[in-house]
Write a protein that binds this ligand. Structure first.
Ligand code: AQP
Length: 326
């Protein structure tokens, strides 16, 4: 049997932060050793929020560049823009005909985002397009952060529903959600996840932030009352978030981090966290600075060609099954 297929996507909106990195992207890079990996800049998903076309086009290229700088290797992974592979939207339509509105009404991300004033049809059907992204490549595994579990569940349901109605077509995809780092919290509000769209820039560290900015953001992170470095999401979510970040950037198990630093003052520990993040992100910053826009554009064009041909290979079978073959 050939290698299993991994698929995941990232929206090119705003700047990629360490939550995206620790929850998903870092795993994307590692999984390249073991799987056939397919990664997508999901630009159509990003259009569910209003975008300035000029800024958006730049951010899209920038997202691709950051992915490559972070270690997605175009020689080992298929990397492309979602909008360049129309089979995604074709399959999304077919899957949409199998989706109950009740399934979509329950989606917490839709409830949250539509509450912020942009309740368009695209936002509502976002999880169906995400299911198509995954299923179009017959992916087996999907590395994502915890916020995507509900969407992933729908992808699994839709794969099963399609297979039942039309005959076996799709593997039922499984999530790869890290035990630590699946939900990195805001540095300003440890009750909310770190998010690209949060207004307060102090809430996150971006992958390309310079060392001074990183130090400033971490030192100003909201911590809890009391003293001592512990791992306790209930009692000390602020410091616990920093313990997770430190553990991941230094590849040290949580228990060891806590044992070693339990007596430290918050300020002292924050300095260590900041240095660990600075060191961990330095290679990405360097790789990013060395990448030319034109090179990234070429990589993305080649990726789109390959992805179209692979997606079309699968989509032929889907069309035949539903009676759209001839
Ligand atoms: N805080 C987080 N901790 C761990 N993982 C996270 N992810 C997002 N936030 C965290 C994971 O990053 C991947 C790419 O996310 P996305 O670009 O599809 O957008 P998102 O999930 O909507 O992420 P953001 O950054 O929080 O954007 P907004 O502000 O628009 O909601 C996904 O695998 C996601 O799980």
């Amino acid at each position: 049997m050939g290698r299993q297929v991994v698929f995941s996507g990232l929206q090119p909106t705003g700047n990629i932060h360490i939550g995206n990195y620790l929850g998903a992207l870092r795993n994307w890079v590692r999984l390249q050793d073991e799987y056939d990996t397919i990664y997508c800049v999901v630009d159509l998903h990003a259009l569910t929020q209003p975008q300035d076309p000029v800024v958006f086009e730049r951010e899209r290229l920038e997202a691709a560049k950051v992915l490559i700088a972070a270690g997605v290797n175009p020689e080992r992974s298929l990397l492309y823009y979602q909008s360049k592979v129309p089979q995604h939207t074709e399959l999304a339509w077919i899957l949409g005909t199998l989706t109950q509105m009740g399934n979509l009404n329950r989606m917490t991300q839709f409830k949250e985002k539509s509450g912020q004033g942009s309740a368009n049809l695209g936002l509502y059907s976002y999880p169906v397009l995400m299911a198509a992204d995954i299923l179009i490549h017959h992916a087996h595994k999907v590395p994502v952060g915890e916020d995507q579990t509900q969407h992933l569940e729908l992808s699994r349901d839709l794969a099963e529903r399609f297979n039942r109605r039309y005959g076996e077509e799709f593997p039922v995809p499984e999530g790869i959600i890290p035990e630590v780092g699946a939900r990195i919290m805001s540095l300003q509000d440890p009750a909310a996840k770190m998010s690209k769209s949060a207004e307060n820039l102090g809430s996150r560290v971006l992958l390309l932030d310079d060392p001074d900015t990183i130090r400033k953001r971490i030192l100003r992170a909201v911590t809890d009352s009391g003293t001592g470095i512990t791992y306790d999401w209930e009692a000390k979510p602020g410091i616990t978030n920093l313990v997770e970040i430190f553990s991941l950037f230094t590849d040290t198990p949580i228990g060891e981090v806590v044992n070693e630093h339990s007596e430290k003052q918050y300020g002292e520990f924050k300095l260590l966290v900041a240095e660990a993040v600075i060191d961990g992100l330095a290679p990405i910053r360097r790789a990013h600075a060395a990448l030319e826009d034109e090179e990234v554009k070429r990589i993305m064009q080649k990726g789109a060609l390959d992805a179209r041909s692979s997606a079309e290979g699968f989509q032929v079978g889907v069309r035949e099954k539903v009676g759209l073959g001839g």
